[in-house]
Design a protein around this ligand. Sequence first.
Ligand code: NAD
Length: 440
Amino acid sequence: MKIAVVGTGYVGLVTGTCLAEIGNTVVCVDTDKAKVAKMQNSQVPIYEPDLETIFKRNIAENRLTFTTDLKAGVKGAKAIFLALPTPPGEDGSADLSCVLGVADELSNILESYTVIVNKSTVPIGTAEKVAERLSVKSEASLDVVSNPEFLREGFAVEDFMKPDRIVIGTNSDKARQVLAELYAPFVDQGSPLLFMDVRSSEMTKYAANSFLATKISFMNEIANLSEKLGVDVDAVRLGIGADDRIGRRFLFAGIGYGGSCFPKDVTALQKIAQVSGYDFKILDSVNQVNRDQRKLLVEKIKNHFGGQLSGRKFALWGLAFKPDTDDIREAPSVDIIKGLIKAGATVTAFDPEANGNISQLFAGEKGLKLVEHQYDALDGANALVIATEWAVFKSPEFATIKNKLKTATIFDGRNIYHPTDMEKQGFHYESIGRKVAQGE
Ligand code: NAD
């Protein structure tokens, strides 16, 4: 099938590449000229495991091409995927200007039946708005379908290729047929295709992300209470996660969720509820708990050093909002760096993939240095701070860490070490929801 994908970010590029991988001919359209030039040069603009191999293979097979020209890109496409940004507007609601802007452009372009498939996370009723915009000028019969994306950054290719489910919101039989044909290879391998009405599909995405964010904030509250009561939150996690009704995932206590989705989607759903005259009480707390949790590590550091951070130096491991991505949108590391610098400290940081994005974000600002090797961040630092649970941080050479740090002190925002082990190794070790190892 000939497919166009408009917006070639984390979702669009993975969608386009994976749809090409199963044999479709895909044109990816993006307004970012530098990004398109890079992709035309066979360079992947983001870090995502396994993406580069299939990206290059499908370019070589002429199934995957890139353009900035929307009209040329969508020519002959049976389905046009919209994977456009929907960032929070000033009031927290999703900003639909990109999605509606592209709909306006398409209304001038489309000449024959096309299915517009919306992959962006959008408020309930957006497909209807897009359809209205398209019908203003376009004489072609069009269907606007909701097909929310559930991929996780860091596992995006795996999640796209082996989805738990594919949700499609449409009332049109014609659109249903096109998408059933396109997704048939996934259904054949066992992934269920869930058809529903458009509005329910749009809500499914917000409900999924808000539920997962709720799980995280709930566990962080349990962790904070555990610290006061001498309870080990990791034992509690294992104890409740073994229950199928609860499940093992998204129960890790830490320094809060980040990324481009959870924070904005929880806030957008709050706004949707507010506009609809419904007081969605849980979401207010989920948001507030997360905001507080992101400040926790800097507070622990301040307490440990008697409120005196001026002139101190900290090593920071992990900048991406989660492992296996270079994405730093809403990353807790950014709050930690800002908090430490504001308190008069300096930070030397390392991330396996996100150094480049952080250096752009902090360009021209003082107090942050980035290094290419994790152990180089440690030299003469008062403590090591861990903000992302990259695998490479999980079994480090503790003797080297101890030698390089000024004092053997670790603040772990992701609970990747065990307090008892750290105590034996002579570290002062503070984590989330577990006992403090006092060190030597
Ligand atoms: P992104 O910012 O990584 O990518 C968006 C891309 O769209 C960029 O390359 C940008 O240059 C391009 N773009 C902007 N305006 C354009 C226009 N008018 N025409 C063509 N291209 C344009 O965003 P993302 O993370 O891929 O997210 C896209 C949507 O998918 C959002 O609604 C997001 O909430 C949703 N989503 C994201 C994830 C995720 O893990 N990132 C997961 C599920 C859903």
